[in-house]
Design a protein around this ligand. Structure first.
Ligand code: BGC
Length: 265
C-alpha cells in the first residue's frame, strides 16, 4: 500500500510517498524549512505545500514533534505554544482533503526502525533516541510501542536533557565530537539506569556521523545508528497511517448525546 509520509520537525517539514510494505520512499523527499514562529496556521500551510508538491491523493501519516494523542497535540517544547489542544489530524485532513493519522515524530521514526531498520527482529526492550532540534524517544517492548514517552525532557543535573544533548546544542555551542559524545553518554547513561534497554537506536541527522562519537559511548546496551537515517520519520509516519484509523477529511458534525435520564429521581 502506498501512503504519504509527512515528517514535521522543529527545523524542516518533509515528505514523500512511501511503499508501506518495504518502507522505501517512492520518490525523493521534498523539504521546506519550518516557518518561524511555528504557529499552527503557518505549519499546516507549509505541510500542505509539501503534499501539494506531489499532488498526492490518498492516506497520509504525519509525525509531529510533540505528544499527540488521538490526533490532538498536548505539548509544545520546540513549536509555538498555541499548538497545545489543536486537533492536528483533523486540521491537517481538512487542509489537505485527505485522511490523516498523526503521531509523535520519534514514535514514527522508531516504528520504521523496528519494522525495517536497526530494530528489526530485536526481541527485548528497544529505545529509539532521536537527536535533532530536541531529543525524541520511542520505547518498544518486544516490538510494541509505548507511545509518547518524552524522555528527552528527563532532568539531568537540574536541566532538561534535550537542552544539554540535542544536536542543536552541539551546533549552537560548536561542540567538538568528544564534548558532544560526553553529553550524549551522560544522557544515555541516565536512560540506562531507568529503563535498562537491550538496544538503543540513535536517530536524527547526527546518526550519519555515528563513527565520530559512538566509539566514546560507554553504556552497556548495544548502540546502533538508525539504518534509515533521515527517512525513518517519513516512512514511520506512513506506517502509522496503515496501523491506525485515519481522521476523515470532513469529520461528522458532533451531535449532542441524548439527555441523561435518572430513573431514581
Ligand atoms: C518533543 C518531543 C519530540 C522531540 C523530537 C521534544 O522536544 O517534546 O515530542 O519527539 O522533541 O522532535
Amino acid at each position: 500500500m502506498n501512503v504519504f509520509g509527512l515528517d514535521v520537525g522543529g527545523s524542516g517539514i518533509k515528505g514523500a510517498p512511501v511503499d508501506t510494505t518495504t518502507g522505501k520512499l517512492l520518490t525523493e523527499r521534498f523539504r521546506i524549512p519550518t516557518p518561524q514562529p511555528a504557529s499552527p496556521e503557518a505549519m499546516i500551510a507549509t505541510a500542505a505545500e509539501v503534499v501539494a508538491h506531489f499532488a498526492w491523493q490518498g492516506p497520509i501519516g504525519c509525525g509531529f514533534p510533540a505528544v499527540v494523542k488521538a490526533g490532538v497535540v498536548h505539548t509544545a517544547a520546540n513549536i509555538d505554544p498555541s499548538w497545545i489542544g489543536r486537533d492536528l489530524a483533523g486540521d491537517l485532513s481538512t487542509a489537505l482533503g485527505q485522511p490523516v493519522v498523526a503521531i509523535n515524530d520519534a514514535d514514527a521514526a522508531g516504528m520504521a526502525e523496528i519494522r525495517w531498520g536497526a530494530g528489526r527482529g530485536v526481541d527485548g526492550v528497544v529505545l529509539m533516541v532521536t537527536l535533532g532540534t530536541g531529543i525524541g524517544t520511542a520505547l518498544f517492548v518486544k516490538g510494541q510501542l509505548v507511545p509518547n514517552t518524552e524522555l528527552g525532557h528527563t532532568e539531568i543535573r537540574g536541566k532538561e536533557a534535550e537542552k544539554r544533548a540535542a544536536d542543536r546544542v552541539r551546533e549552537q555551542k560548536n561542540l567538538s565530537w568528544k564534548e558532544y559524545a560526553e553529553r550524549v553518554d551522560e544522557y544515555l547513561d541516565t536512560m540506562e539506569r531507568l529503563l535498562w534497554p537491550d538496544v538503543i537506536i540513535i536517530g536524527g541527522g547526527v546518526s550519519k556521523d555515528a563513527d565520530k562519537f559512538f566509539p566514546r559511548l560507554t553504556v552497556r546496551a548495544t548502540i546502533v545508528p538508525a539504518q534509515m537515517l533521515n527517512n525513518a520519520g517519513i516512512a514511520g509516519a506512513a506506517l502509522a497511517a496503515v496501523a491506525e484509523p485515519a481522521v476523515p477529511p470532513e469529520p461528522p458534525v458532533a451531535t449532542m448525546p441524548p439527555a441523561a435520564t435518572n430513573p431514581g429521581a
